[in-house]
Design a protein around this ligand. Structure first.
Ligand code: 57M
Length: 359
């Protein structure tokens, strides 16, 4: 709203011309989202505690987690509220990519909220069945892919990192491809959210990385110089990445070890889905495998563990999957696992940015 109300006044007050700049609005959407989480966090923690929405800890997990039982969860409600409010304040609401990102955030947080509600409030420890959760996620992913495909300005080519001349055009198959990216990232972030701040840190790093990708791909001259796909109107998604980064940073203030609050599926599912959607909009879909490489590693550790477990009737590759539990059971203190995984995420983000030049 601020953009729509104040920028037009720049003819009378020249200083308001600054509201047209994506860089300026990205800084302030990030600060706004951060402050909303930082200021409302303590109240939300108290409210969730008073409502007794505390984390149920499964007995199969690492023993070190047992004393986490009862930690307030579903803190993702605050994250999503912060992202939506700050975006509505600072983004150009005439931009259709902004509304697609809002649609994904709301849709996936609704799935996560339902899962958390069944698990944490109705005490149905399994929550939504894996099948129903996946079907709902994929339906939303296909809807999002269709919304993008129906936009004549949106390109259906897939950018392959390092190979600037290799850009296959998927045509209508881009719809299921986009759904796969969004659903896969959503579940990978969900699996990663198993230690204090372990998901929030890499989501923060990935959202800052895609903030840069969105800005350069939405800027005609820079996109041409870098020889990357120019996305008409895609630059506004920089603002949404800023909102995600700010909200995640604010939430991390309370979710860092020892966590006072967990985000719940209501936070992890939309965070991953937003990253997947931003990767699709900015035409850096495959690069997400590097930017979000930690999420990929965590998800693959589960796939290999479950597959090997079934093939060998009970033998394991890791002490426990996802990978963060393996290191916990090897004796690494939780903070050591968390910060080392963050370091890996930062390194992967830097490598992904280098691919913009290595083409
Ligand atoms: C998402 N959820 C955390 C919290 C968070 C197939 C299998 C790999 C599925 C997987 C699974 O259930 N994943 C669900 C991960 C859970 O966190 C809650 O869930 C939200 C995110 N969706 O916001 O509300 C637990 O993680 C811990 N946690 C923290 N700090 C945080 O900031 O300490 C979370 C956030 C919380 C808390 O303990 O309760 C989770 O781990 O479930 N299952 C697993 O990951 C299980 N692994 C497993 O079964 N491995 C087997 C399989 C693969 C064959 C094996 O390796 O042998 C582990 N998770 C649990 N117990 N809870 C181990 C068993």
């Amino acid at each position: 709203m601020i953009y729509h109300f104040l920028y037009p006044l720049h003819t009378e007050i020249s200083a308001f011309n600054v509201f047209r700049y994506i860089t300026f609005r990205t800084i302030y959407v990030s600060l706004t989202a951060f402050l909303i989480c930082f200021l409302f966090g303590p109240w939300v923690i108290r409210k969730l505690s008073s409502l007794q929405i505390g984390q149920f800890i499964r007995k199969e997990g690492p023993e070190s987690h047992f004393d986490k039982a009862g930690t307030p969860t579903m803190g993702g409600i605050l994250i999503i509220f912060s992202i939506l409010l700050s975006t509505l304040l600072w983004a150009d609401l005439a931009n259709h990519y902004i509304w697609i990102a809002i649609f994904v955030a709301v849709g996936y947080s609704a799935i996560g909220f339902t899962d958390d509600f069944l698990m944490q409030i109705k005490k149905q420890s399994k929550g939504l069945s894996a099948r129903n959760k996946f079907l709902l996620q994929y339906f939303l992913g296909l809807l999002t892919g269709t919304l993008l495909y129906s936009n004549p300005d949106f390109s259906t080519i897939v950018t392959i990192p390092f190979f600037k001349d290799l850009s296959p055009d998927l045509g209508i198959l881009y719809i299921p491809f986009a759904a796969f990216v969004i659903v896969g990232t959503s579940n990978a972030v969900n699996l990663t959210d198993g230690l204090d701040g372990l998901a929030a840190g890499p989501v923060l790093i990935a959202s800052v990385t895609y903030m840069i990708f969105a800005y350069v791909s939405g800027h005609a001259r820079i996109a041409e110089y870098l020889q990357i796909t120019y996305v008409t109107g895609g630059g506004e998604i920089t603002i949404f990445c800023g909102a995600l980064a700010g909200a995640t940073l604010g939430f991390l203030w309370f979710n860092t070890y020892p966590a006072q609050i967990f985000m719940g599926d209501v936070g992890s599912l939309p965070m991953g889905a937003i990253l997947g959607t931003v990767a699709v909009i900015t035409k850096q879909e495959i690069l997400l495998m590097i930017v979000g490489g930690l999420f990929v590693i965590e998800a693959l550790s589960v796939i290999f563990q479950v597959g090997y477990f079934k093939m060998t009737s009970g033998r394991r590759i890791f002490k426990m999957a996802p990978l963060h539990h393996h290191f916990e059971l090897k004796g690494w203190p939780e903070p050591k696992v968390i910060v080392r995984f963050w370091i890996i995420s930062i390194a992967l983000a830097l490598i992904s940015m280098s691919t913009l030049k290595l083409r």
